[in-house]
Design a protein around this ligand. Structure first.
Ligand SMILES: C[S@@+](CC[C@H](N)C(=O)[O-])C[C@H]1O[C@@H](n2cnc3c(N)ncnc32)[C@H](O)[C@@H]1O
Length: 423
C-alpha cells in the first residue's frame, strides 16, 4: 500500500464493510445518527472488533489529514459544557419521542432557560450529533440525545465529569505551579478549583448531592465485566491460591474478595476499610458466606493488624495516591507479611506507548490525567510498579504483571521473600 493515508482509508473501508455485513446478516438497521446499535450487538466481537478497528483508523486519518494544528485547535471542552447543560437543565428529557419535535420556545418553557440559551446549547450540541434540527427551529432526538434522556446514571456521569474531574484536570497546571512536585492529595487541580484544603473524597461526603452524583457516576464507569472480579478469579485459579485468608485492604463492600471466597470453600476474607464504609458493608453481607467474611476498621496508613495471611489484596487503592503515599501504604504492610505471602494489586498496568489499541491507550492516559487533577494520584506502567516496590522494600519481589483479556485492570503479583531481593 502506497502511503499511510491510503492504508488507513483501506482499513476503514474493509472494517466498515464487515460492520455493514454483520448488520445485514442479523437483519438490523444500518448505522445512523437516528438509531442506536442494540446493547447485545455492542458486546459481540464479530461486530465490535471491526467497528473498533474502523474507528481507530478513522481517528488516525482525521489527525493525519488535519495536520499538526488539528490536535491543538480541536478541543472538545465545549461539547462537555453543552452536555452538562443538557443534563443539568433536563433538555434531553424535555424533548418528546420521535417523530415529535419541539420548538426552542417550547424547550425554553419546559426547562426554564431563556430561549437564546437553550438555542445556543442545542445548536452547539448538534455539531456533536446530540439532537438534530431537520427543519429550522424544530428540534428532535438523535440516538445520542435519546440515550441521555433515558439514562439518569449517564447524565450523572456527565455532571460528575464536568463538576469534579474536568475542573481538576483543567487546574492541574495551576496546581503544579503553586505546589511544585507535590504528591499531596490536597494539592491538586481540584483543590484549586474548589479553593479547599480538603482531599476531594473527604470533602464530597459533606455535600451529599455531589457525593451522590459521584457514586452514581462511578457505578456507570464500573458497570460491566471489564471491572468485575472475573480476572482475579481466573488468576487465583491459575495460581492455585485456594487456601487461607485474603485481607482485602480498602475493600469497601468486598466486591472482589467475596466472589473469590464464594468460589473457594477453603478461603476466608477480611474486608478492611474506614469505619463509615464498614458499618454499611457488614449489614449487606449475604448468609451463605457470612461465617467466612469478617469486616474490620483499618486505616491502611497504620500497621496492618492481620498478620501472616496468605493473600493481601488491594483493588483500586494505590492509583488514588502519589508514590509518597503509596509507599506508606505498602510499608504499613511489611510487619504483617510472612514468607511466601502474596500481595495482589488489581489496577491498571498502563501498556507502553504504541502497545495495545489506540482506544485503550487513550482510556489509560485519560484516567491518569484525571486522577492527577483530582488528588495527585497516579496510574502506573510496568516500570512504575517495579520502581515503587524496589523503593519500598527489596523483599517485595514482583512475580508477575498480568493482563487478562477479562478485565481492563491488570494484576501485579508480589511475593514477600525475606531472603530474596528484587532484581
Ligand atoms: C477506589 S475505592 C476501592 C474500593 C474497593 N477496593 C473496590 O475495588 O471496590 C477506595 C477505597 O479506599 C478506602 N479508603 C480510603 N482511605 C482509606 C484509609 N486511610 N484506610 C482504609 N481505607 C481507605 C475508601 O473508603 C474506598 O472504599
Amino acid at each position: 500500500m502506497s502511503n499511510l493515508a491510503a492504508q488507513l482509508t483501506s482499513r476503514i473501508l474493509d472494517n466498515t464493510t464487515k460492520v455493514n455485513n454483520y448488520l445485514q446478516a442479523h437483519e438490523l438497521p444500518d448505522l445512523s445518527f437516528d438509531t442506536d446499535v442494540p446493547p447485545t450487538v455492542q458486546q459481540d466481537d464479530d461486530f465490535t472488533v471491526p467497528r473498533d478497528a474502523a474507528v481507530e483508523a478513522a481517528e488516525e486519518l482525521l489527525a493525519l489529514l488535519g495536520g499538526s494544528t488539528r490536535a491543538i485547535f480541536t478541543q472538545k471542552i465545549t461539547d462537555l459544557a453543552n452536555l452538562q447543560a443538557i443534563c443539568r437543565f433536563d433538555i434531553a428529557t424535555a424533548l418528546p419521542e420521535e417523530p415529535k419535535s419541539s420548538t426552542y420556545d417550547e424547550l425554553a418553557t419546559s426547562t426554564g432557560l431563556p430561549e437564546p440559551d437553550v438555542r445556543r446549547i442545542v445548536r452547539g450540541s448538534i455539531t456533536n450529533h446530540v439532537f438534530k434540527e431537520e427543519r429550522s427551529g424544530e428540534v428532535s432526538h438523535t440516538a445520542a440525545s435519546r440515550f441521555l434522556a433515558n439514562n439518569k446514571l449517564v447524565r450523572q456521569w456527565i455532571e460528575m465529569t464536568a463538576t469534579e474531574t474536568m475542573p481538576g484536570a483543567l487546574n492541574m497546571v495551576n496546581a503544579m505551579s503553586k505546589w511544585p512536585a507535590s504528591g499531596e492529595p490536597n494539592e491538586a487541580g481540584w483543590n484549586i478549583a474548589y479553593n479547599t484544603t480538603d482531599i476531594c473524597w473527604e470533602y464530597l461526603p459533606k455535600v451529599p448531592e455531589r457525593a451522590q452524583v459521584f457514586a452514581d457516576a462511578m457505578s456507570v464507569f464500573t458497570a460491566g465485566s471489564a471491572y468485575g472480579p472475573e480476572a482475579l478469579l481466573e488468576y487465583v485459579d491459575k495460581n492455585k491460591l485456594h487456601q487461607g485468608t485474603i485481607v482485602d485492604i480498602g475493600g469497601s463492600h468486598g466486591s472482589v474478595s467475596i466472589p473469590i471466597i464464594r468460589q473457594h470453600q477453603d478461603l476466608r476474607c477480611i474486608v478492611q476499610d474506614l469505619p463509615a464504609v464498614i458499618e454499611v458493608a457488614e449489614k449487606n453481607v449475604q448468609g451463605d458466606i457470612k461465617d467466612r467474611v469478617e469486616f474490620m476498621h483499618h486505616d491502611f496508613f497504620t500497621e496492618q493488624p492481620v498478620k501472616n495471611a496468605e493473600i493481601y489484596l488491594m483493588r483500586w487503592i494505590l492509583h488514588d495516591w502519589s508514590d509518597k503515599y503509596a509507599s506508606k501504604i505498602l510499608k504499613a504492610l511489611v510487619p504483617a507479611m510472612k514468607k511466601g505471602a502474596r500481595l495482589l494489586i488489581h489496577e491498571y498496568i498502563i501498556p507502553e506507548p504504541g502497545k495495545g489499541s489506540a482506544t485503550s491507550q487513550l482510556s489509560y492516559r485519560w484516567m491518569d490525567t484525571l486522577i492527577k487533577g483530582l488528588c495527585n494520584g497516579k496510574e502506573r506502567d510496568e516500570q512504575d510498579w517495579r520502581a515503587l516496590f524496589a523503593a519500598v522494600d527489596s523483599r517485595f519481589v514482583v512475580r508477575a504483571l498480568y493482563q487478562s483479556d477479562l478485565s481492563k485492570l491488570g494484576i501485579v503479583d508480589v511475593e514477600w521473600c525475606p531472603e530474596e531481593s528484587q532484581k
